[in-house]
Design a binder for this molecule. Structure first.
Ligand code: ADP
Length: 363
């Protein structure tokens, strides 16, 4: 059978374990040898005990766990050709020519580059006698399928990334808890949620918690945001509301591109309205805890589809990302999605917010 390796890279997210489990079981079911690569690209570069064969039971009892049981890392070595050469040698030694990479756009970019370089890496390994001519021939094609694990839902090409739904559950639980105390004391609460370039978490959290105001990166606050905010909060109190909730995305900005932080918002509220105001930064709580049913199913479906894509691939097949389109798991070209995701980030950096939203909206 074919050799398939699965690894998780970049930031972790809930549901990655469901994907790992699904890759292992679908791979074994289809007669493949499946390997874990521990600690992302670092494990691929270092080899040794970082690359281990998985069996049916090595993925038992993990679907309910947050994070990733096979470890994730950021890896400097893999950004250099020398590191990728070591990685190639380790894959050949283990008979691995199929990779399922679970990560964000950085990890997928690295995977694509690795695949492009693969023939020349093998040539170099052969020339320096690190692999045999027989191995050079046998392992000449590298196939890649990507899955997007990210709580931010910040990837173009898929409706939902693995982990977003669970992060929203964490956020909503936290807001609900805070609402009950805020209600008792007539307080204003400002909650900072994750999402550096993408306001999805902040927006959905605001809509589902009856928040009074939200700051998101894609829609920079207008110049007179302080006045608008205070007016809205006052109106709500006058209408009889006992509390106010404001959601601030960690990437929130004003129209100059300057950050709008939870502390800044607090200062505006306290200085102008003298309300009893508290800030809560949710931080890594959002990445933690058990994955939701949705993320378990999403990871499971995507993992299985990734293995199918690899099994059906031939030397002409381009790397794909498994994405959710409506309720369908579909294969989309990896590099197109990465390019579009990067174009969104660039448009945001250039302060072309409408362009960024349009680019993201297309996918
Ligand atoms: P994410 O995958 O969550 O976007 P990063 O951008 O940190 O996270 O990427 C994770 C890892 O992927 C990096 O530490 C690096 O090893 C690898 N990687 C990212 N971009 C590249 C690249 N352009 N070339 C080679 N490897 C890369």
């Amino acid at each position: 059978g074919k050799g398939i390796a699965v690894f998780t890279s970049g930031g972790d997210s809930q549901g990655m374990n469901a994907a790992v489990r699904s890759v292992v079981r679908m791979g074994i079911y289809l007669g493949c040898k499946v390997y874990f690569i521990r600690e992302g690209y670092q494990g691929m570069v270092d080899g040794g005990s970082n690359i281990v064969e998985a069996n049916w039971s090595s993925v038992s009892c993990i679907i309910h766990k947050g994070g990733t049981i096979i470890g994730s890392a950021r890896c400097k070595d893999f950004r250099e050709r020398e590191g990728r050469l070591k990685a190639a040698k380790n894959l050949v030694e283990n008979g691995i020519t199929n990779l399922v990479v679970i990560g964000g756009d950085g990890s997928l970019t690295g995977a694509d580059l690795f695949r492009q370089e693969w023939p020349s890496l093998l040539d170099e390994l052969l020339k320096t006698n690190q692999i045999t001519a027989e191995q050079r021939e046998k392992y000449k094609f590298l196939q890649i399928a990507g899955l997007v694990g990210s709580i931010d839902n910040d990837f173009c090409g898929t409706d939902m990334t693995i982990g977003t739904d669970s992060a929203l559950h964490r956020i909503i639980e936290a807001i609900d808890a805070i609402v009950s105390t805020a209600y008792s004391h007539q307080r204003t609460f400002i909650m900072e949620v994750m999402g550096r370039h993408c306001g999805y978490l902040a927006l959905v959290a605001a809509l589902t918690s009856e928040a009074d105001y939200a700051f998101v990166p894609e829609s920079p606050a207008p110049d007179n945001w302080q006045k608008k905010l205070c007016l809205k909060l006052e109106q709500e109190r006058q209408a009889g509301q006992r509390l106010n909730i404001i959601i601030v995305s960690e990437g929130a900005i004003d129209r100059n591109g300057d950050p709008i932080t939870a502390e800044l918002v607090k200062k505006v509220v306290v200085d102008n309205l003298h309300q009893d105001t508290r800030v809560t930064v949710l931080g890594h709580v959002q990445r933690g805890g058990n994955p939701s049913a949705f993320d378990r199913i999403l990871g499971s479906r995507m993992g299985a589809e990734a293995v199918m894509a690899l099994m059906e691939a031939d030397e002409t097949t381009e790397p794909c990302v498994i994405s959710l389109d409506g309720n369908q798991a579909v294969r989309v070209p990896l590099m197109e999605c990465v390019k579009q995701t990067k174009a969104v980030a660039q448009a945001m950096a250039d302060k072309e917010w409408e362009k960024a939203v349009a680019l993201r909206g297309k996918s």
